[in-house]
Design a protein. Structure first.
Length: 202
């Protein structure tokens, strides 16, 4: 069973529908107990970093997520949910969950006027290391992005995927049982379905 915390900052229905489509059982969690008892967690997110962290703190779920991470529960962050895994973000002042060392930075493209912020649309990924989450993906894989900020890992070993957009930014992270993807797998058709299926089967 995959638990999707409902903290008011994501399109949970489309994520849940895609998980079911690839054969995953899931629940949308509205209580502390559901999150605390989760065997696997998918943390979506759309919006501002500080607002998301504030909401998780208000619900008492931030520390629960940290404890679940510490005790080995698989956690996958999507879009803003991936950024929340970091320690801090340039988007605000709140501390993140701190599950993977690094900072969230805003794209800056001085002298590259053709590159717009937010980075929006389809883009390819480069696989940095093998991991079950990216099984059967190849270098032709493309995913759908909508974001103005990106995760800058402190340690090279935490890079799972990178994507070219003015620079090669980290588009997926992984450290032990903690994973995150910057793109929207629920909007990324067959490659998104493949990645979510891999998460279901972890």
């Amino acid at each position: 069973m995959i638990t999707i915390p409902n903290y008011g900052m994501g399109n949970l229905g489309s994520v849940a529908n895609m998980l079911k489509k690839v054969g995953g059982a899931c629940e949308i969690a509205a209580t502390y107990t559901q999150v605390a008892n989760a065997s696997k967690i998918l943390l979506p997110g759309v919006g501002r970093f500080d607002a998301a962290m504030s909401r998780l703190e208000e619900l008492g779920w931030a520390n629960v997520l940290r404890e679940k991470a510490r005790t080995g529960t698989p956690i996958l962050g999507i879009c803003l949910g991936m950024q929340l895994l970091a320690e801090h973000s340039e988007e605000g002042n709140a501390a993140g969950l701190g599950l993977i060392p690094g900072e969230v930075r805003r794209f800056r493209f001085d002298g590259q006027a053709q590159l717009r912020v937010p980075h929006m649309g389809w883009n390819r990924v480069h696989i940095c290391k093998r991991h079950p989450l990216v099984n059967s993906l190849d270098q032709t894989a493309k995913f759908y992005f909508v974001h103005s900020y990106y995760f800058e890992c402190r340690e090279q070993r935490d890079h799972l995927l990178t994507t070219p957009y003015g620079q090669h930014f980290t588009s997926a992270v992984q450290r032990e049982n903690i994973m995150g993807v910057q793109f929207h797998p629920e909007k990324s058709h067959r490659y998104g379905m493949l990645l979510l299926k891999n998460f279901v089967e972890l």
